[in-house]
Each structure stands twice: as C-alpha cells, then as structure tokens.
Ligand binder design. Structure first.
Ligand code: SF4
Length: 223
C-alpha cells in the first residue's frame, strides 16, 4: 500500500472511501493545438524536439524530459514539469515523487512501463523547481497536445493544479477538482494531487489511494 510506503518514509495517515463508477468513452481525433502535420510516432517526435529552445528553459535545462511508458497506453499521466532528478536523467518521475507514483500504481494492479505513459506539461525543468510561467506553458503545450494525439488515450490523469489548469483551461482550486472525472475531448480526465504533495502532506495520501482506485474502476470500465 502507498500509505505503508509513506509510513516507511515516516510520512502518513488514514481513512479511505470507495469511488463511484464512471461511464467509458472513446475518442479518435487530432487534438486542437497539436503540431501539424502530426509526427509519425512518439520516437520521431521526441527526436525532433530534443534541441528545442522555444522558451528560456531550453537554455537552463540539462535534458529535455519528453515522456516515458507505453506509446499504446490507455492512461496518460500529466505532471507539471521535470524536477532536478528528472532533468539529470532525462526521464519523468524518477525521484521520490516518482517512486510514490509507482507505488500508487502497483497498489491498484498497474505496471508503470506497460500500462501507462507519463509526461509533463513542460518538457524542461524550471530553475529551482519554481512554478511554470504561463508563457512557458503556452509555448510548450503543443508538444503535450501532440503526444496526446499520438497516444490517443482513454483516460488522462492530471497530477496537480498546474497540469489540470494547463490541460483543462480552468483555474479552479485543487479542492474543487481533485477526485473528479471531467469529460475533455472525448476522454475522461481525472484530477488528483501531484505525488510530491503527499511527500509534504503525508496525512492526505488517502486522497491518492482513493483516486487511484477510481482510476482502476475507470480503466476496468473501458471497452
Ligand atoms: S520547456 Fe518546452 S518550449 Fe521550452 S525549451 Fe523546453 S521543450 Fe522547448
């Protein structure tokens, strides 16, 4: 269990509830804001943006953090931006928050490498892990839209408010978004806290456990 994992880090608390079931949907189209023409596949797309310097983060990053996981995944996780460890390794969610994300996935029977794809709104690390700037989000978001068009998932999980705001174009508080499933472009978008939040607020990890059980229910309801 994720809470036992957090407990082992001396972070944690209690209480769970069972999520409601939600009807499945299926989409098949290129998302607005994607690059045109759409790249052939994720690999060629990744190669084509490895030297991107379209915003100032291109100068301060060590590596572009494009994304990781199955290109055929029916679930895509979207975080806000790479952190220090991700910038070093060029892979998303490889630090402490990534380990917690892996645990939350395992707890509901998913294997990260096989079942999901993980990326961020920004492909480069903001210095000092500051929040993404609106101009950076605007400049980089075509890359996210293009990834999503190529993967064509059924479910997107927004990890934290920056991801939810960037994808859904809302500015609601996380307390109003978290645990909700919203229809978006023919997909189901589930909003949950970023795993880094639970590392700072261990008593609230039950929210993550609830949301990941809801994710499992959504996935099991797909055709
Ligand atoms: S954050 Fe996005 S737009 Fe900015 S340099 Fe990196 S890849 Fe390019």
């Amino acid at each position: 269990m994720a809470r036992e994992y957090l407990k082992s880090l001396e972070l944690f608390e209690d209480s769970l509830y069972l999520p409601p079931t939600v009807k499945k949907t299926r989409r098949k189209h290129v998302l607005p804001g994607s690059l045109e023409p759409l790249p052939k596949n994720l690999e060629t797309f990744e190669r084509s943006i490895l030297n991107c310097a379209n915003c100032p983060l291109g100068k301060s990053r060590e590596h572009i953090v494009f994304g990781d996981g199955s290109p055929k995944a029916r679930i895509v996780f979207v975080g806000e931006a790479p952190g220090a460890e991700e910038d070093k390794q060029g892979k998303p969610f490889v630090g402490a928050a990534g380990k917690l994300l892996n645990k939350l996935l395992e707890d509901v029977g998913f294997v990260r490498e096989q079942d999901v794809y993980i990326c961020n709104v920004l492909k480069c690390r903001p210095p000092g892990n500051r929040d993404p700037l609106p101009s950076e989000v605007e400049t980089c978001s075509p890359y996210l839209m293009t990834q999503l068009s190529l993967i064509n998932p059924d479910i997107i999980v927004c990890l934290g408010r920056h991801a939810a705001h960037a994808l859904l174009g809302v500015d609601s508080a996380m307390k109003d978004l978290r645990g909700r499933v919203l229809p978006w472009q023919g997909m189901q978008v589930l909003v949950t806290y970023h795993p880094a939040y639970y590392l700072r607020n261990m008593g609230n990890v039950h929210f993550g456990e609830e949301d990941f059980r809801l994710l499992r229910t959504l996935y099991d309801g797909l055709a």
